[in-house]
Ligand binder design. Structure first.
Ligand SMILES: NC(=O)c1ccc[n+]([C@@H]2O[C@H](COP(=O)([O-])OP(=O)(O)OC[C@H]3O[C@@H](n4cnc5c(N)ncnc54)[C@H](OP(=O)(O)O)[C@@H]3O)[C@@H](O)[C@H]2O)c1
Length: 373
């Protein structure tokens, strides 16, 4: 029996993790649930899974469970004796837990690309201890097992392209349009990132840090069917691809059961239902964030962190109806132009860059940027 902690349990990744737990009551026991606040959903989960601990970032008490909160609570969370921590927290709020779990050498599987990116310059040497949940990175992780790293030619991350990859114009896109993802049902921030293709840009940086692969060997392609999630090409010309229905329970379950594989409840792929697989070059003129992200990754230093924070704040402004969809890349670019920080050497340096970027953003755009941590 494995004990499991689900961080971000009320979100899309968290709920799908609990779906797997529910299938395997004889193999998995929830020891901790974590969310930002005490919501109806969290209370239902507590009732159903009866964890020993609940972490609530904003504070509060839940009857019958040890409730942790704030910074001290996070320290306690990261020192608990738990077999695997699943990190499904959205955005920058996931950085501190990721850092503490790395520091305490806890086994973690993460979907939180923002943390992987912001902590990458400082902690990438420890990333082989992390199991990837992002579907593309799980696919690459699986495909890499087919050969030796010295024989790697390149990796390819696929992108559904979001709702607009073949639209004529990106003008007049509403929040509702942008949240209407054709393939995946995800949280709001990652759904907007998918629509701007920033998500793929962030994933390129995530792949660089997670797998220690140079940017020259990482590519992205639009694959509208979303059946192939990632490809590894070896020097002999062989490409190993991981294919499945687009269902996050597959990579989540693999991270939990690795190296074993369990049934997930996901549909088995009927190839005849689809008939064909298509691949297109992403249009970096139309989706500049993809190019901007790659450039930030290549520059390294503080750039990936500034990019991550600027994007999270700009997306938040878009979601609150303060800016147009097409303004997201302009705002990110402007913050990148103004930011001038040294390469982070420690966790504290990363936090400094995050806080200063938030201040810079607030000064220019006179917005608090919503709930950003
Ligand atoms: N969803 C997907 O299919 C998918 C696929 C690949 C990668 N990812 C990545 O996975 C991460 C999560 O995405 P998501 O779509 O699952 O997001 P989501 O649906 O928005 O869920 C976010 C979760 O994080 C919790 N949370 C926010 N701030 C917190 C804090 N300070 N402490 C503890 N918990 C906090 C939220 O709790 P409350 O409900 O209380 O606010 C919620 O449970 C993102 O980094 C995303 O890029 C997601």
């Amino acid at each position: 029996m494995k004990s499991i902690a689900v961080l971000g349990s009320t979100g899309s990744i968290g709920s799908q993790t609990l779906d797997i737990v529910q299938r395997y009551p004889d193999r998995l026991r929830v020891k901790l649930l974590a969310a930002s606040r005490v919501s109806e959903k969290l209370l239902e989960q507590v009732k159903q899974f009866r964890p020993e601990y609940v972490y609530v970032a904003e504070g509060g008490e839940i009857e019958g469970v040890k409730t942790l909160s704030g910074d001290t609570g996070l320290d306690e969370l990261a020192s608990l004796d738990i077999d695997i921590f699943i990190n499904g927290i959205a955005g920058i709020a996931g950085i501190k837990p990721t850092y503490l779990l790395l520091k305490n050498r806890k086994k973690q599987a993460t979907a939180n690309k923002e943390a992987i990116i912001c902590l990458g310059e400082v902690f990438k040497d420890r990333y082989s201890e992390i199991l990837p949940i992002d579907s593309e990175h799980s696919a690459v992780f699986q495909a890499l097992q087919a050969g030796n790293r010295e024989n790697l030619k390149r990796i390819i991350l696929t992108a559904s392209g979001g709702p607009f990859w073949n639209s004529q114009s990106l003008e007049n896109i509403t929040v509702e349009d942008a949240l209407n993802h054709p393939r995946w049902k995800m949280g709001r921030k990652v759904t907007i990132d998918s629509a701007t293709l920033m998500n793929k840009g962030l994933e390129i940086i995530e792949a660089h840090y997670l797998f220690n692969i140079p940017y020259s060997k990482i590519e992205a392609v639009i694959h509208p069917q979303s059946l192939i999630h990632g490809i590894v090409e070896f020097i002999d010309g062989s490409m190993i691809a991981q294919m499945s229905c687009p269902d996050m329970r597959i990579p989540i379950s693999y991270a939990i059961s690795y190296p074993d594989r369990w049934e997930t409840g996901a549909k088995y792929l009927n190839l005849f239902e689809y008939g064909k697989l298509e691949f297109y070059q992403p249009d970096e003129e139309k989706f500049p964030l993809l190019k901007i992200a790659r450039e930030c990754g290549e520059k390294g230093g503080a750039y990936p962190t500034v990019l991550t924070v600027a994007d999270e704040l700009a997306v938040d402004m878009f979601l609150r109806g303060e800016i147009k969809f097409t303004e997201i890349p302009l705002i990110v670019e402007k913050i990148l132009e103004k930011a001038n920080f040294k390469k982070p050497e420690s966790y504290e340096d990363v936090i400094f860059i995050i806080e200063e970027t938030k201040k810079l953003f607030k000064d220019i755009y006179k917005t608090a940027g919503g709930k950003i941590a």
